[in-house]
Design a protein around this ligand. Sequence first.
Ligand code: OXT
Ligand code: ADP
Ligand code: MG
Length: 573
Amino acid sequence: MNITSAAPVAQTGPLTDGFHLLIDALQMNGINTIYGVPGIPVTDLGRMAQAAGMRVISFRHEQHAGNAAAIAGYLTKRPGVCLTVSAPGFLNGLTALANANTNCFPMILISGSSEREIVDLQQGDYEEMDQLAIAKPLCKAAYRVLRAQDIGIAVARAIRAAVSGRPGGVYLDVPASLLGQAMDAAEGAASLVKVIDPDPAQLPAPDAVARALDVLRGAKRPLIILGKGAAYAQVDDTIRAFVEKSGIPYLPMSMAKGLLPDTHAQSAGAARSLALKEADVVVMIGARLNWLLSHGKGKTWGRAAKKFIQIDIEPKEMDSNVEIAAPLVGDIGSCVTALLDGMGDWTSPPADWTDAIRAKVEANVARMAPKLQNNNDPMDYHGALGALKKIIADRPEAILVNEGANTLDFARSIIDMHQPRKRLDVGTWGVMGIGMGFAIAAAVETGKPVLAVEGDSAFGFSGMEIETICRYDLPVCIVVFNNNGIYRGTDVDPTGRDPGTTVFVKDSRYDLMMQAFGGEGVTATNPDELHRAVAQAMDSGKPTLINAVIDPEAGTESGRIGNLNPQSVVSKP
Ligand code: OXT
Ligand code: ADP
Ligand code: MG
């Protein structure tokens, strides 16, 4: 990278430059934290941001910094910012940007890049890559800034693009030469833009509200589905008022658990199959009819005719998989308020429906309860998660991060959530590797204790970030569900040559990794030990990793989504 010195400036008054303008633009818009990895050409940007009072959290790998930024955006409704170096650093961050976009999390990936003149002629610059072109199809918007005087407007555009309408990932390309560009300080200050009303309310049309209420009034077996868009919207009281006034059972998607407490009398979480199969009218609030809801059709939804009412800020989401009888396009706060306002004297759904859901919930909960009490050594998923369920019940403000296959699926149904936006997980892509990035940002953004429940495979994707957790002394307790592998620890290579494709080194000591960085590391082999160790970690706030020894035979292939595995017509290994 051949960086020429700052452009000549005619007068001699105070100067500013690209570095400072970028920092000032972020701070002016209330963005005070950067997650990233330093290096050419952004090393000084990080240093200067820190000197200017921003929190700069340096990671060991950009993907995790990007995941941290993404979940910071989800938790705060402000775009989380990730800062990376050019080409390889950019590409490492891009996975997180694409994942943020897929999940509708607002984030901005700011990446240093090489000189345009050399990149465009493909002359082989240091870390040469046409990053803007690569980022474009994977995010909501992508911009490049070439002149210092445009930094203010570029940051404003990036913020607005990330949080307005359907939130998403934005890429901001910052060539090295921009950062050193000088300009008059007063003109620079005047060029900055404070974004006014970055995610304006979007009111639903009155006839769309009336249509939705008509459909809902005609329902015999209504169901509300709350998705992570509803949790993101931060209109918790309005949603609760709507659910409670309607008397309709509701089903939380994974990250919407806790929006209303999972122990709420109207929760149909433990009667999922029945609720989906039998419902006749379904109100979707900030949830998509994607694979996680079997696209709104097929066996999961049964034969009962369905009508969907869908609340979403993105008009194109309507009819994406099945016909939407009553589309309600707008922001969730405005839409749900409009429904509430129009409900008048509301008649609760027929008791035979709500009673049937309640009975199924109670039966499923009662069936599961004894399994959660076992104190087996080594542990099974129920015993171990029974212990962690108590931890969260006693600390409802704690944030739970969760990834894996069995570790994810069992935890989702076993650990009740009691407050909104406390459960963070693999989301729309079912992606492994969000664990430590999410845990770090959750701790940084909220200051609350974080419990990360990780499959041993899942943990491996971001495990090196435990050094980051120790370095910043964050209140994160990681529990690695160590079953010696992916799904199960029992796979063998039929030829006898190598380890089976899904197994890891047996009886690994993940706790010792944590000790290497000065954190607490503990092994637990039964649920009592696990509960004691986690409670101590959560109460002390010390970075801790607990190696939880799980029976390698306890899990199943792909957890609860084994049906998605293609089957060979020739042989089963
Ligand atoms: O109603 P019914 O009777 O049906 O019962 C349901 C509920 O009503 C009931 N329930 C309850 N009962 C009692 N009490 C309570 N409180 C209660 N609550 C609910 O329980 C059942 C089940 O409820 P659920 O779960 O809501 O319902 P269901 O039918 O399962 O829901 C369907 C889905 C689709 C919504 C749900 O299953 C879901 O959300 N699934 C998400 C799955 C997912 O995303 N999985 C992650 C991906 S798997 C795979 O891809 C993995 N990889 C590959 C890979 C990935 N992903 N990424 C990258 C970058 N590279 C590779 C890898 C490598 S997983 C993986 C690692 C795995 O190994 P680990 O070591 O990490 O983990 P282990 O498996 O532990 O070893
Ligand atoms: P889940 O995985 O929990 O089902 P999804 O990520 O599939 O949730 O869906 C979230 C939906 O919420 C997206 O379609 C998104 O457009 C929508 N959404 C996000 N924020 C808002 C908001 N403030 N108002 C309306 N819709 C929103
Ligand atoms: Mg495992």
